[in-house]
Design a protein around this ligand. Structure first.
Ligand code: FAD
Length: 487
């Protein structure tokens, strides 16, 4: 093959990677691209640089120019700020992937484990302005040209994961799908009594399948981003209980016709009398026609969606107590009436299980972690643990705060990783700073954040308007450091 043929092949593979629309297609096309360029992410100290030097067609160059502007920030210290740090991220949801990007930019080795092998969530997220700015600066429009076009400020979870996964791979983040995190494994004692003996095992993860190579990966930072069911221990949760709130999400196929294109989106208030008593409804036109609504219990009972009334919400919404066909009719009617009957053929899109994409869930109670970080030490080996995203702070969906607060938490976690790796702060100082910043997270609104999005970095003071990184003293976070050392 001539050099010209090789570069034509690499260009074609790059185009396939950029256009890939599923998790597996992204991973496969990336592998083919790397093979054709004869490079491997784990062999390179700063993979992005090597990839950039080998892939020089005009399309790739325009992406590199955009990314360089973003990646050459001084916080990353030339991608050497965390050069000896090894990070494991649990979960390839939006917040896990966003945290992985920042840790990689700091120069760490970053491995992400994701228990699924598909990105299948059609649900559409409304994004706060800084999130849109952030994603655009990471090249989101290159990977998904429709991203936040014009006044539209939303994206499906699935598309967002695809965009973030592509950026992760270009940076050299290692992503393993079909690998579930199960538990943390403590380091083994030194075999010969010599610190750093090769046989000494560091902090590792028990994963499923158990023989996956990730089970032998020693890491110093663990980031939990596995969604609201957080599996990591040591993060007790506090509950915020409101009045009973039942949400229904429904996705209908978008046939992309002119007729459908004309139908206006709805961003919260009911504009039409639906006759089925909703507290609010949101309609976004994306890959699907996405509706999310808060329904009143009485109306669900009257329409036969809920069979029996129960005080206990778990019983009330249990499978046995829900008539699935009536639920579909209810959502279809709400969608039809709220869009003034302008959406023809309301045909359900399919979910992960090949079933009509409709779900009903309770969001009466929301949970937030008591602490965002902790640290452990065994046999001289230290581990920093952070949780981010829904694991840290479950969002109240009508405010669209999920990804915004999720990304802020991911940046804050990356800042803690940087402080941890610098060695200039003690573990307790890192934890005290991280928890001081976490105190601000649940209060953030688009208005309370700095408007200077161009200045946003992982340093919290560039984002939160009133940020005291020393609000808590080391003594107040002492319980978050589990160590055999005398401190
Ligand atoms: P998730 O998206 O839950 O991802 C977690 C990942 O971890 C998943 O891929 C999962 O498979 C994986 N995982 C789980 N366990 C393991 C394990 N043991 N090992 C390995 N992998 C594992 N947010 C907005 O910003 N705007 C909105 O408008 C909005 N609307 C919403 C509407 C509704 C109805 C709901 C329910 C939520 C809404 N949200 C919205 C919230 C948003 O969806 C979440 O905040 C966001 O998806 C959280 O991302 P995450 O990465 O923390 O977790």
């Amino acid at each position: 093959m001539t050099i010209g043929d090789q570069s034509a092949e690499a260009s074609a593979l790059y185009d396939q990677f950029v256009a890939a629309g599923t998790c597996q297609a992204i991973l496969t096309s990336f592998q083919h691209l790397c093979d054709s360029l004869d490079i491997h992410p784990t062999d390179e100290e700063w993979f992005y640089q090597t990839l950039k030097s080998k892939l020089t067609n005009w399309k790739a160059n325009s992406l590199w120019t955009r990314l360089d502007k973003r990646f050459n920030h001084r916080e990353y210290a030339g991608h050497k700020a965390c050069a000896t740090t090894r990070v494991l991220v649990i979960g390839a949801g939006p917040c896990g992937l966003r945290a992985a990007i920042e840790c990689k930019l700091l120069g760490a080795r970053v491995v992400v484990v994701e228990k699924r092998d598909r990105f299948s969530r059609n649900n559409v997220l409304h994004l706060w302005p800084f999130v849109i700015h952030d994603l655009k600066s990471l090249g989101a429009k290159v990977f998904y040209p429709k991203f936040c076009a014009g006044s539209i400020d939303h994206i499906s979870i699935r598309q967002l994961q695809c965009v973030l996964m592509k950026i992760c791979l270009l940076l050299g983040v290692e992503i393993y799908t079909n690998v579930g995190y199960e538990d943390l494994q403590e380091p083994s004692p030194e075999v010969s009594g010599e610190p750093g003996n090769a046989e000494q095992r560091g902090w590792r993860a028990k994963v499923s399948p158990p023989d996956h190579p990730v089970s032998c990966y020693d890491f110093d930072v663990l980031i939990g981003a596995d969604g609201k069911r957080n599996t990591l221990q040591g993060f007790s949760r506090k509950e915020f209980r409101g009045k009973l709130a039942i949400a229904i999400t429904a996705n209908f196929i978008n046939h992309q016709t002119t007729e459908e294109a004309r139908v206006e989106e709805i961003s919260g208030d009911l504009k039409a009398e639906t006759g089925i008593d909703l507290e609010n409804i949101v309609y976004y036109k994306d890959d699907t026609h996405y509706f999310v609504m808060t329904a009143k219990k009485q109306s669900l009972l009257e329409k036969g969606v809920l069979l029996q009334d129960h005080r206990d919400t778990i019983k009330l919404l249990s499978r046995d107590n829900v008539d699935q066909q009536a639920l579909q009719n209810y959502a279809r009617e709400a969608a039809d009436v709220s869009t003034n009957h302008k959406l023809p053929n309301l045909e359900f899109a399919h979910n992960h299980f090949g079933q009509p994409d409709i779900a009903m869930f309770d969001f009466t109670s929301l949970f937030a972690a008591e602490n965002s970080s902790r640290a452990m030490e065994r046999y001289g080996r230290k581990l920093l643990i952070n949780i981010v995203g829904d694991s840290l702070l479950e969002p109240f969906w009508p405010t669209g705060s999920g990804c915004a607060r999720g990304f802020l938490g991911s940046f804050d976690a990356a800042w803690a990783v940087k402080s941890w790796a610098s060695g200039s702060m003690s573990p307790l100082q890192v934890l005290a700073e991280r928890e001081s910043v976490y105190m601000l997270l649940s209060q953030t609104t688009p208005e309370s954040l700095s408007k200077s999005f161009n200045s946003y970095t992982i340093n919290p003071i560039t984002r939160y308007k009133h940020c005291n990184t020393q609000a808590l003293k080391c003594i107040q976070v002492r319980q978050l450091y589990d160590t055999t050392e005398i401190i």
